[in-house]
Design a protein around this ligand. Structure first.
Ligand code: CA
Ligand code: CA
Length: 327
């Protein structure tokens, strides 16, 4: 009877975004490109612009670009169009052409990299403002579908707490109808700015869509100098991060996601003819079922024929070992 080895090859990639940071390789590219060009270059030649999860990766990148006193783009960016409602907490895009969420002229501008909460300005248009500023605010009460203007100056967070305590939450504006009801509520109130429930997290976006809470900003950065700096860079001279003008050309860091491949070898001995394609298929199917029931979806099964030990006197020492691997 011949022995046949079945090799189970598991490709545990599971989607690039879920790969842990340790399975990444890093690259310093000493060509000058703007942030978007650098992103395209990384996506074409590697996986994406780098995400920095911790100080180890931070140090590793620095060690790759020693004696370079310039800036290098990283994957971090400050997305001024990605917002959430206090009531829902889900990300959504509020671009400059939104149907009823209308930005005031040249807003959102994130002045001094410090404007992450939204107030209605002149009662109808939106402006991103420093969350610590104190303004009157608009609560929403879901019980009787009403909008309540509280004419008491509060920071955005204090306003949110107040609305959550006495009503439902700071108001959302989810439809044209809701927008007109709010305009009616504010009509004749004389308020200049009034907080609504719109806010966002600062510097929360990385090019590869993963998240990281690690930061290493240079002092006084990010500053969004003259409201033009929405891309993150490594200032290799000071060894710290800074926000920069996205269209400036700099060197940059990319990463490659390393696909891990685990090979499981099984030696099968059977009275049945293991060379029969039909039997091989049956065994494969059973193994597939077993793998799937364990929650493993990304794998391949391959059959590899190996020489019988009995026929191969020279390999006698291998008898107690595994099948020969010829992967
Ligand atoms: Ca603003
Ligand atoms: Ca800056």
């Amino acid at each position: 009877m011949e022995e046949t080895c079945l090799l189970l090859i598991l490709l545990l990639s599971g989607g690039l975004s879920t790969l842990p940071p340790h399975s990444r390789e890093y690259h310093f590219v000493n060509q000058r490109m703007n942030w978007t060009e650098a992103q395209s270059y990384c996506r074409e030649h590697f996986t994406d612009l780098v995400t920095i999860y911790n100080s180890n990766i931070n140090q590793l990148l620095l060690s790759m670009a020693q004696n370079i006193n310039e800036w290098a783009w990283i994957g971090l960016y400050n997305d001024r169009y990605s917002w959430k409602w206090s009531m829902e907490g889900k990300l959504f895009y509020v671009g400059s052409t939104h149907e009823f969420l209308i930005w005031a002229n040249s807003q959102p501008d994130c002045v001094n990299a410090n404007e992450y909460c939204v107030a209605l300005q002149g009662q109808t248009q939106m402006n991103d403002r420093p969350c610590g500023d104190s303004y009157p605010f608009l609560c929403y009460n879901a019980k009787n579908t009403s909008y309540i203007l509280v004419k008491e100056n509060q920071t955005w967070s204090a306003a949110q707490s107040y609305c959550r305590t006495y009503h439902t939450d700071l108001t959302s504006i989810r439809s044209k109808e809701e927008k007109s009801n709010i305009t009616l509520t504010l009509n004749g109130s004389g308020v200049q700015y009034v907080w609504i429930g719109l806010y966002r997290d600062p510097w929360a976006s990385w090019s590869d869509n993963t998240t990281s809470t690690f930061t290493d900003w240079k002092s006084l950065e990010p500053d969004n100098y003259i409201s033009l700096e929405y891309c993150g860079a490594f200032d290799l001279k000071s060894r710290k991060w800074a926000d920069g003008y996205c269209t400036t050309r700099h060197f940059f860091f990319c990463f490659t996601a390393v696909t891990k491949q685990t090979v499981v070898k099984m030696k099968l001995q059977s009275e049945a003819d293991m060379h029969s394609t039909e039997i091989q298929q049956q065994v494969s199917q059973q193994l597939s079922g077993l793998m799937l029931s364990e929650g493993l979806t990304d794998f391949r099964i391959r059959w590899r024929k190996v020489q019988s030990h009995r026929d191969d006197q020279l390999k006698k020492q291998d008898v107690d070992g595994d099948c020969k691997t010829e992967v």
